[in-house]
Each structure stands twice: as structure tokens, then as C-alpha cells.
Design a protein around this ligand. Structure first.
Ligand SMILES: [Zn+2]
Length: 240
């Protein structure tokens, strides 16, 4: 009961913080400068400072494509921005994850859809956001990847397949683990609840890709239920 009340308190705090931000301040999520009317979430300078990967324009395989070689077969991969310590993309992701910025998630999802509107990654039948544990979702109020997925889905007119894959257990924070440790940690963490059926090409959406271990595990869970299904990956950011 105590934990339930604590969680409820956290959710209310998140909601009121978000509301406070909406009503009282409108500052850049990276540099804190006050935004002018046409600026959203970031000031113009910080939007310009977001480092684009331009993976979608690259002819040969990208670093992101190579990350999954010999691990799991992926049709298309893309990430729009590089991610790193102190970068603007880190500020955006942090706001999305911890500051009750649900509209930001939808906004970034729609932004990704716009950039990739002519890319073959658009030719999908459904989108699966990387699931988070229900406890985490409850504490945060939402799943940040699902918000990105909803923004994309709205723009491209495809469904978000929320319940096709579930997370098996709540893993400890992975931020301190080394590369191998992370891989160990996420194996068999997801399971498919049904076959993909009419959805022959599925897009998995995440906020940041670092080792690719989570996505590999998720793709394998989907393929375990339906080996014929095609899978593509899209992330807002990619760790250099
Ligand atoms: Zn700024």
C-alpha cells in the first residue's frame, strides 16, 4: 500500500510539474533560454545544434545497419540524430523520459515521420514501441517509445501494436553495465503474445539505440512467434 501511495504521489508530481511548465515557463530544454512564440521545446540555435546522422541518405550500410549484422536480420534501420553526453539530443531524451513531456514524444514522432516520408522504412504494416515494464510506465505516466510510435503512426496511417510483445520482468538499470553485461541482461526479456498475422513488415521504435541489445532481443521475440515477419528499426537517436 505504501509503495502504491508513493507511486501515486510521483505520478501526481509528474503531472503537476508538467502543468507548471506549460503554464508558467517556456524555455529551451537544452540551454534554458526563454523561447519565442514560434519555437517549440528547443530554441532555434539548439535545434540547429542537433547532430544529424543522415543515415537515411547514405548509399551503403550505415553504422546502425552494421550493429545488427550477424545478430538478427533487419530490413531497414534508421536513427535521425547522434546521441552523446551533453548533446542536445540527450536533453530531449531526458526531458521525454523524466520530465513529463508526453506532447514532446508525439511531436518528435511526427518529426521523424516527416523526415523519413520518402524512405522505404515507411513501408510497414504496424509499429511496435519498445515495451517498458508496467511499473515503470505507471511511475512515469507513459512509455516514451510509445509516444514516438504514436506520432509516427498518426502521420503514416498505420496502427501501433501495443500488446503484441510484452516485457518479462523489471530489469535493473542498465546504465552502469558494460557492453557484454547489457547483452546478458536483456536476453529473453520480451515475449510475443500472439503471431504477427496480417502484419508482415513491422517497425520497432525506440528513443535511443546504444548497443542494440534491447532491440535484438525484441526482434528475436517477434521472430520466434513468426519467423517470416520482416522487421525494421527506427530510433530518434543513436549513440556514437
Ligand atoms: Zn537552446
Amino acid at each position: 500500500m505504501a509503495t502504491y501511495i508513493q507511486r501515486l504521489g510521483l505520478v501526481l508530481k509528474n503531472y503537476s510539474d508538467g502543468l507548471g511548465h506549460l503554464v508558467f515557463t517556456n524555455v529551451c530544454l537544452h540551454c534554458n533560454r526563454e523561447l519565442v512564440r514560434e519555437e517549440r521545446y528547443l530554441c532555434w540555435i539548439c535545434w540547429q545544434a542537433l547532430e544529424r546522422t543522415y543515415f537515411e541518405l547514405q548509399k551503403g550500410p550505415t553504422k546502425l545497419d552494421q550493429l545488427f549484422w550477424s545478430r538478427v536480420k533487419i530490413e531497414h534501420t534508421c536513427a535521425l540524430y547522434f546521441y552523446g553526453k551533453g548533446t542536445v539530443s540527450q536533453s530531449l531524451i531526458r526531458a521525454l523520459k523524466y520530465d513529463f513531456k508526453a506532447p514532446l514524444g508525439l511531436y518528435l514522432g511526427e518529426h521523424m515521420a516527416k523526415v523519413l516520408d520518402a524512405h522505404p522504412i515507411k513501408n510497414i504494416d504496424g509499429i511496435i514501441p519498445v515495451p517498458i515494464h508496467p511499473k515503470k510506465k505507471f511511475a512515469r505516466g507513459y512509455n516514451q517509445s510509445e509516444l514516438l510510435a504514436r506520432g509516427l503512426a498518426k502521420a503514416w496511417g498505420v496502427p501501433v501494436l501495443k500488446s503484441l510483445v510484452r516485457k518479462r520482468k523489471n530489469t535493473a538499470s542498465q546504465t552502469t553495465n558494460d557492453r557484454f553485461g547489457r547483452w546478458e541482461n536483456v536476453q529473453n526479456i520480451f515475449f510475443a503474445t500472439a503471431q504477427t498475422g496480417q502484419y508482415q513488415h513491422i517497425l520497432i521504435v525506440d528513443d535511443v539505440i546504444t548497443t542494440g541489445a534491447t532491440l535484438e532481443s525484441l526482434a528475436n521475440a517477434i521472430k520466434a512467434a513468426d519467423p517470416q515477419v520482416q522487421i525494421s528499426l527506427l530510433s530518434f537517436a543513436f549513440t556514437k
